[in-house]
Ligand binder design. Structure first.
Ligand code: 5GP
Length: 187
């Protein structure tokens, strides 16, 4: 990131827009430890497969599985998302398919953020066609006020207001994924 964009560790300027820190790296770390413990407890004696939804969830996946004290596997899927916009197009396509065979497997979908729930609802239908033994969803962030689809997020990192956020894997026009905290667009 351009250092001139960073006002300090708590604020970032993107053109005329200002983002302020909403969830610190320490808060993220602490919550992920809790989620990891919960998953470890829930999947005892099982071999879960984590399916990370690219690109945004790669950082969450990486930190989450380090806190899971079980053998596990990972795979990646890529869905079309917002493009370079801040508002969803309302349509989803698969841009990269799964490689693993998930039939009879315990699947944990790993998302960075659930907004309307469209991506998860699309993904759950898609995965069901492969007959997994079970499917659960872990999302670092959920915007409860924006939910439009009938989906359940089993492992929620943080519930946040219906505002645009960046950092910790989440982008703005493909940039800012490398921030270690979550920043929200301030009005
Ligand atoms: P949904 O399908 O639930 O409406 O949206 C999920 C996807 O939209 C996320 O995986 C993410 O790519 C994108 N998204 C939703 N809200 C935000 C946000 O506040 N910031 C960023 N960077 N992406 C978001």
């Amino acid at each position: 990131m351009d250092s001139e964009n960073k006002v300090n560790n708590k604020q970032i300027l993107v053109g005329h827009e200002k983002f302020v820190e909403m969830i610190s790296a320490e808060q993220i770390r602490a919550r992920i430890v809790e989620l990891g413990k919960q998953i470890t407890e829930d999947y005892k004696a099982k071999l879960p497969i984590f399916i990370s939804v690219l690109n945004g969830s790669f950082m969450f996946l990486s930190d989450l599985i380090k806190e899971v004290d079980l053998h596990c596997e990972i795979d990646f899927i890529k869905l079309s998302s917002y493009g370079d916009q801040k508002i969803s197009s309302g349509k989803v396509k698969t841009l990269k398919e799964l490689n693993a065979d998930i039939s009879e497997r315990h699947v944990i979908i790993v998302e960075d953020i659930v907004d309307t729930g469209l991506s998860i609802s699309y993904l759950e239908k898609l995965l069901k066609e492969h007959n997994p033994a079970s499917t659960k969803v872990a999302s670092l962030l959920v915007k409860p006020e924006s939910l439009k689809y009938d989906i359940k997020v089993d492992y929620v990192g943080f519930e946040i207001p219906n505002k645009f956020v960046i950092g910790y894997g989440l982008d703005y026009a493909q940039k800012y994924r490398n921030l270690s905290s979550i920043y929200v667009l301030s009005e």
